[in-house]
Structure formats: C-alpha cells, structure tokens
Write a protein that binds this ligand. Structure first.
Ligand SMILES: NC(=[NH2+])NCCC[C@H](N)C(=O)O
Ligand SMILES: [Mn+2]
Ligand SMILES: [Mn+2]
Length: 301
C-alpha cells in the first residue's frame, strides 16, 4: 500500500437493487472494527462518516426501466465529489457500501484523478448490463457498463465526462453468474475475465500474478479494487442480496488480498453488498474487515 493515510467513506445506499438492508452495510463494517483493525497496522485512519442518502423517497424511474434512477444519480454524484476530495488530501479512499451501484460514483471520482485507471472487479457477477440487457432493471448490475460509457446517459454523464475507464484496463475475478447480454459485451470489448473455471484450473496465485502483469502491461496509473462480497462463496459471506454458490473461498480471497498488497499497487478500494439483515451474526462484515486487513498488510508473523 502506497499511502499511510486512509479515509473511510460510508455509502448507506440500497437503491441499486430491491432487497432492503444493504444500506446498513457501512454500520455493520464499522461494528466489525474496521478502524481499529487498520490502525493496528499503523495506518492513520480518518472516518469521513457517511454520504448523505435520503431515505423514504418515493422511488422514481424517470421514464426508464431502471429502478430508483434519480436516487442512484444523487448518491453517486455526491460520492464522486467526496472521493476526489479524499484524493486531493493525499489519502487512500476506502469506500464502504451499500450496493454495487455506488461504484459508478467511486469510479467517477477516481477518473478525475487517474487517466489510465486499472480496475479489479472481484465479484460473482460482471455488473456490465445496460438497460437493454438487464434482466432486473437493478442498477447494481450496471456499474461497469456505465463507467465504460454505456447505458442511461444520466448515469454515464455523472461528473460531466465519459467514459471513466477503458475496457482493456478491467479484470473481472470470480464471475459465475453472467447474463447473456453481458457475455456478448465482454466478448465484444475483449474484457479480461477470470471466472471460477480459471480460478479452479490455474489457482488463485496464478490468477493474481497474471492480473498484476496484465495491468502493468497496460501502464495503469492507479488500480481500484471493487470487491463485491458475493464474489466469495456464500458459505463464508451469506449476508449478500444476490448470493451465487460455487464461489471463491475464504483462503483464496485472503491470498488474493495479500498478493495485491505485496505488489503495492492498489490505490483505492471499495467493499460492497454487505447486507446485515441477510447475514448471520455479522459474519459477512467480519470477512470484509478481515480481507481489508490482508489488503493493508496484516501478517501473522
Ligand atoms: N452487484 C451485484 N450483486 N449485482 C448483481 C447483478 C445481478 C444481475 N446480473 C442483474 O443485472 O440484475
Ligand atoms: Mn455480485
Ligand atoms: Mn457486484
């Protein structure tokens, strides 16, 4: 990790999907002692509090099939400004979700600072649906597409410019539930995917080694880790809204985080989709914080 000053940004939004409770993710992660965990590793932690997310609004679709579009735009716009501010202050942004739609805001903020940003998308899903291909209308299934400049213009134009990222700078790890339209787009754009098949065949060590050299070849000027807790097998992280069996193990995930830390090129991170209502005794938030420990250099000896 390059920076020793870390800012935690909570984003208590559940507007990107329809299962209530994921808005309590930031509280659950704080309750799992994220601040203490990282402080013990020698980091200077500033909890920036939560982005203001208006609750109890009447859901508006603004004439599309996208659910809660207006709310998602509001949240992501505020988040993008906050992320920029944190980077301007020379700090590492650590974003706590919230559902995965918030990545639209995180990436919009990052893209104002990094012109050739690499993105590691650790997830059971590809989250690269457009309004045309989405089976659900849920915006948490769309953040990669939006950040590539595809989809509803009001999302694409958040921050006033598009696209935020390049297809060749994305690596998806852990995919095992990909919609037909997403598959087509991934092929068309040539996006690098390590699905569960490749993780099984190559092993996580090789997957992360290859990911690192792939992104280095692209000469990225920063690497954002977007970690959806549903990338991990629901045995370990049951508290997620769209669980898919057959996922990455707890050990493999720690290994991945440790290897990324050793390389030292992760420049921002977000941990999303922790839903305490669906969880068992805060298990999923505990895993999230344990993985953050490894990502920030926790070692046994
Ligand atoms: N971030 C997530 N958990 N995304 C799940 C997306 C599920 C499905 N592909 C959809 O578009 O609705
Ligand atoms: Mn997912
Ligand atoms: Mn996701």
């Amino acid at each position: 990790m390059r920076k020793s000053e870390v800012s935690i940004i909570g984003v208590p939004s559940d507007y990107g999907q329809l299962r209530r409770g994921v808005d309590m993710g930031p509280s659950a992660i704080r309750y799992a002692d994220v601040v203490e965990r990282l402080e013990n590793l020698g980091y200077e932690i500033k909890d920036e509090g939560d982005i203001l997310v208006k609750k109890g609004t009447v859901p508006s679709q603004l004439g599309t099939n996208l659910k809660n579009l207006k709310e998602v735009i509001e949240v992501c716009t505020k988040l993008s400004v906050k992320v920029q501010e944190v980077i301007d202050n020379g700090r590492f942004p650590l974003v706590l979700g919230g559902d995965h739609s918030i990545a639209i805001g995180t990436l919009a903020g990052l893209a104002t600072k990094y012109k050739n940003l690499g993105v590691i998308w650790y997830d059971a899903h590809a989250d690269i649906n457009t309004p045309e291909t989405s089976p659900s209308g849920n915006i948490h299934g769309m953040p990669l597409a939006v950040s590539l400049g595809l989809g509803d213009n009001r999302l694409v134009e958040i921050g006033g410019f598009a696209p935020k990222i390049k297809p060749e700078n994305i690596v998806i790890i852990g995919a095992r539930s990909v919609d037909p339209g997403e598959r087509e787009l991934i092929k068309k754009l040539g996006i690098k995917v390590y699905s569960m098949h490749e993780i099984d065949r190559l092993g996580m060590t090789k997957v992360i080694e290859d990911t690192i050299s792939y992104l280095k070849e692209r000469q990225v000027d920063g690497v954002h880790l977007s970690l959806d807790l549903d990338g991990i097998d629901p045995l370990y992280t049951p508290g997620v809204g769209t669980a898919v069996p057959g996922g990455i193990t707890y050990r493999e995930s720690h290994l991945a985080m440790e290897m990324l830390e050793e390389e030292g090129f992760i420049t921002s991170a977000e941990f999303v989709e922790v839903n305490p209502i669906l969880d068992e005794r805060n298990k999923t938030a505990d895993v999230a914080v344990a993985l953050m420990g490894s990502l920030f250099g926790e070692k046994l000896v």
